[in-house]
Design a protein around this ligand. Sequence first.
Ligand code: SF4
Length: 442
Amino acid sequence: MKTVPSKNPKVGFVSLGCPKALVDSERILTRLRAEGYEVATSYRAADLVVVNTCGFIDAAIDESLDAIGEALAENGKVIVTGCLGAQPQRILERHPSVLKITGPQRYEEVLASVHEYLPPKHEPFLDLLPPQGVRLTPRHYAYLKISEGCNHHCSFCIIPSMRGRLSSRSIDEVLREAEALARAGVKEILVISQDTSAYGIDLKYAAASWRGREWRANFRDLAAALGELGIWIRLHYVYPYPHVDEVVELMADGRVLPYLDIPFQHASGRILKLMRRPAAAEDTLRRLEAWRKAVADITIRSTFIVGFPGETERDFEELLTWARAAQLDRVGCFEYSPVEGAAANALDQVAVAEPVKAERRRRFMELSAEISAAKLERKIGQRVRVLVDRIDGDLAIARSSADAPEIDGLVRISGGAALGVGEFADVLVTGAGAYDLEAKLP
Ligand code: SF4
């Protein structure tokens, strides 16, 4: 397959100072990578440079000011963060042209500044993060990218030609990053990649040591090891291969969240074949049934594409029938639009008219909302564990195991203002809407 050069925005990073500053840098870089930014290895190759400074003693301040000067001379676009950022005047006296200055542990502000001066590339079909991904990530959850690229050839997707074949990070490197995140106060890790269930295939599942034990670079060991951290582990972009059952067992044991994000994309065998989807031949309804038997409270999230070239009303009805039977908890739906360079553009199929696409999306989302509302209603009266994201007046806005940040629902806790942001709480569900829950402290 022809490889086209990546046009992803590139950020250079200079990290000075103590281990805490290093963890900050790791966190910023993790998030930037998850949003599709690349890390440049030289000032010249970068579109923008972030300097994480130290302001502990005079020598460190001088070193930081010199590093800012060097980045400005070599690149020109510089964002400053870290301890010296707490003294912006001192920086501006020497370097008035820096773009932005933020203080230590201001990850969100650093990310917002990068977004402002170097917007992330947004590709609705391909992004690992939702479009709202540019919103600020509170420091109690973080994205952990375990691999890059993909071995599949879905006809609507250009990731394999842009980012190459699956390239997994070694298991010890991934686990060390996860451990650093947990140490820095992260309470929830969201595992992301293009195909999480394929993790480690390219490494031939090479084993490595972490916390005195050998772990293989495969999906099951990765999930089990992350489960040792004692925080929420949420798995995104999983395909319904048979070995996913082993990870569902870990969910049954409470080691990872009972949540699976599986991009089914469609249910008509004909359309799945045209899409060239992995695991298209799997009997997904049977798999869903088995997983629910193993873990009663498992949440299944998925995304779908309607209006793919050649999709007939009959194919769409097949999708609706499947959705009624599948009873998915969380659903997103896109109207198909062609991506430049994708194989689907060359399919000898009739394009679906725009109004028809919109109509199908509306019908699909109506059914999904109905299913979601009925499922949430059944939670009234139950106690659920939540992670508090923010306080809004008298309300604590939180999420349960069923809610990934920014793409799923919320739990609104009345009288929860005293709860700590980034802390877990057990609450009693008192009401339900189509996607969100109301709750109170028990
Ligand atoms: S699985 Fe398909 S849609 Fe996902 S990245 Fe690979 S080729 Fe693209």
